[in-house]
Design a protein around this ligand. Structure first.
Ligand SMILES: [Cu+2]
Length: 214
């Protein structure tokens, strides 16, 4: 590496460290403030992801909303699938109803608000619950479904500002809750507008999202 580039990167690293220390300090101060108000630092939720055919658990999801006084909040979404889906990319969305038995009970895509349009292929990728694909890449478990199709593992980690876990107009915890759906096919994000199956087609797995106790 060129020396000046090395020192520039070192400078950036020092700067990043300073920002990290400041951020953790600020978060600490906010946590103390929150504790005084009787609230926890982060609002979290989780889901057990079950296969749509067998209803057997194949993975877990975790959601973490960072503390913020603002209406728009950053929510981290982590999903881990263990030997339960076919190799390759699968669409992942938050659907509008917190029910998974059967998977169709999760209904359309989470899209609250006065102009709500939950149609999966008809208003995609504009829904508040639209996320990125999960990629199933690890087929080393040597697990197959009943038809002999290989099933593998994969992990998704992403951020969204289109939902909240805390109360508000974007909250997943409305009157009927919300659920993850992982689809059989990848999400194309419907570049040509509405087209049957463009948002991932049939449903492979589902997980009702449950808010953790504070
Ligand atoms: Cu979906």
């Amino acid at each position: 590496m060129h020396k000046s580039e090395s020192s520039r990167l070192h400078g950036l690293a020092t700067c990043a460290l300073a920002v990290a220390i400041y951020a953790s300090h600020a978060a600490g101060a906010q946590a103390v403030e929150s504790t005084e108000k009787g609230e926890s630092q982060n609002v979290t939720a989780s889901a057990v992801i079950k296969h749509c055919d067998s209803q057997q658990p194949i993975g877990r999801a975790r959601l973490t909303e960072r503390p913020s006084e603002e209406g728009v909040k950053v929510v981290e979404v982590e999903i881990g699938i263990r030997n339960g889906l076919t190799e390759g990319k699968h669409a992942v969305h938050i659907h509008e109803t917190g029910q998974c038995e059967p998977c169709s009970a999760a209904k359309g895509h989470f899209d609250p608000g006065p102009n709500s349009n939950t149609s999966p292929d008809g208003n995609h990728p504009f829904h508040a619950g639209d996320l990125v694909n999960i990629d199933i890449t690890d087929m080393s478990g040597d697990v197959t479904d009943d038809d002999g199709t290989p099933l593998g593992s994969g992990r998704l980690q992403t951020l969204t500002t289109r939902i909240t876990l805390s109360e508000g107009p974007l909250s997943l915890f409305d009157a009927d809750g919300s659920a993850f759906i992982i689809h059989v096919d990848p999400d194309s994000y419907c570049p040509g507008g509405e087209e049957a199956g463009c948002a991932g087609g049939a449903r492979a797995a589902c997980g009702v999202i449950v808010k953790d106790d504070p």
